[in-house]
Ligand binder design. Structure first.
Ligand SMILES: [Zn+2]
Length: 392
């Protein structure tokens, strides 16, 4: 199939051209000036006024959560119920134009879902999957996580996750917004625990991602050698300098506090109070990180309170609103996100990569909100949502 007369967005730039997709392999065969072969029985679709871009890659989603006010509602679910919830959320995510995600873990279900998606049994985006987040006893996310005490236990927890199929390790350096009694600004883990987790993750050949709100926690995690920092809500100048110097990727998840702040009357009292405090500082941290040249990957924290699966593209709008250009923001949630999470063959329109494509009506570098309503979504060259005009 050839998509032609279209704008192509790739690696932060837009140009006119065409793209050839191999339906058999699901890969991009050629990009640029692709001419239809008159003899071949190949469908050609003309898309004037539209833009084709790589499917979005969301570096931080929770398929186990569905925007509930409190995580306690999820804790009571059986594994069977949770697996079905995850499958539904994966489908919604894919249909909205997100063709790749890093799933941040819940019990041991995400690697199972990933296998079901890869085999074609369940519709969903390509996944980089984790099992349980590692947290201190009683710490943020302990309900669905693995509680640890001390560096030896931390190391053991990493090995357990790897044994269950985790493709990366997620751990909670600081407290969080949605766990009662935990302080987002305080460092929860000891330096010994942080070093043990990151060292063991790297020994096992996987990357380490940390939840961290407070600047002290970010610095402690970066000093331990972490690969990606999630949220980075209260970044001081020193933390920003360390992120740049150590080449650590920040996944700011601007969607997460936004959705709680818009629904404070329904959020739990504690969650709403914490969020009001953090929202403005979060945006300020993001702006300064962008200015300083921190590498930013788009991630929504989808599933957290009121943060629905399928509205992931709003993160691109926030990044564009608070300091990045439109093109930079799209690139952050395609190419940069794919690189940061180790999702091979995704995030660009390159020959030989997956034909994971989104078609929008117009130029998203003029208006990123077009990404909220794609005309068509293709994964591996197959139409999974929306529609394309008839072939010529
Ligand atoms: Zn999260």
């Amino acid at each position: 199939m050839i998509l032609r007369d279209v704008l192509l967005f790739d690696r932060g730039e837009t140009r006119e051209g065409s793209i050839r997709v191999d339906a058999d392999t699901g890969q991009i065969l050629a990009v640029g000036d692709v001419e239809a072969d008159a003899d071949a029985d190949e469908s050609v679709v003309s898309l004037p006024g539209r833009t084709v871009l790589p499917g979005l890659v969301d570096a931080h989603v929770h398929f186990s959560l569905s925007g509930e006010v409190s995580v306690e509602e999820v804790v009571g679910m059986s594994d069977a119920e949770l697996a079905l919830v995850e499958a539904r959320n994966a489908r919604r995510t894919l249909e909205s134009g997100v063709t790749g995600v890093r799933a941040m873990g819940a019990r041991d279900i995400d690697p199972v879902l990933k296998r079901a998606v890869d085999s074609g049994d369940v519709p969903g985006p390509r996944m980089v999957a984790n099992c349980r987040s590692i947290t201190i006893t009683g710490g943020h996310g302990h309900h669905l996580g693995r509680e640890i005490d001390g560096p030896d236990d931390a190391r053991k927890a990493v090995r357990e996750q790897k044994k269950q199929g985790a493709e990366f390790i997620k751990f909670m350096t600081t407290g969080g917004v949605t766990t009662p009694g935990s302080d987002p600004d305080a460092v929860a883990m000891t330096d010994e625990e942080l070093h043990a987790i990151v060292d063991e993750a790297h020994r096992r050949g996987v990357h380490a991602a940390t939840h961290a709100h407070g600047g002290e926690g970010v610095k402690a995690a970066v000093a331990a050698g972490v690969d990606t920092v999630e949220h980075g809500t209260f970044l001081d100048d020193e933390a920003i300098e360390m992120l740049v110097a150590e080449d650590v990727t920040l996944v700011p998840t601007l969607c997460a506090p936004y959705h709680i702040i818009r629904n404070t009357e329904m959020a739990t009292e504690e969650s709403a109070r914490k969020t009001r405090d953090v929202y403005e500082r979060h945006i300020d941290s993001f702006r300064r990180a962008v200015e300083a040249g921190v590498r930013i990957a788009g991630g929504t924290d989808a599933g957290t309170p009121f943060n629905a699966h399928g509205s992931n593209a709003t993160e691109v709008s926030f990044m564009a609103e608070y300091g990045m250009s439109e093109a930079e923001a799209i690139r952050a949630m395609t190419e940069t996100a794919a690189d940061a999470i180790g999702l091979e063959g995704a995030g660009t329109l390159e020959t030989g990569t997956h034909a994971d494509l989104v078609v929008v009506d117009g130029d998203p570098t003029d208006d990123v909100t077009l990404l909220n309503n794609p005309e068509a979504v293709l994964k591996g060259g197959e139409l999974v949502a929306g529609s394309l005009p008839d072939a010529e």
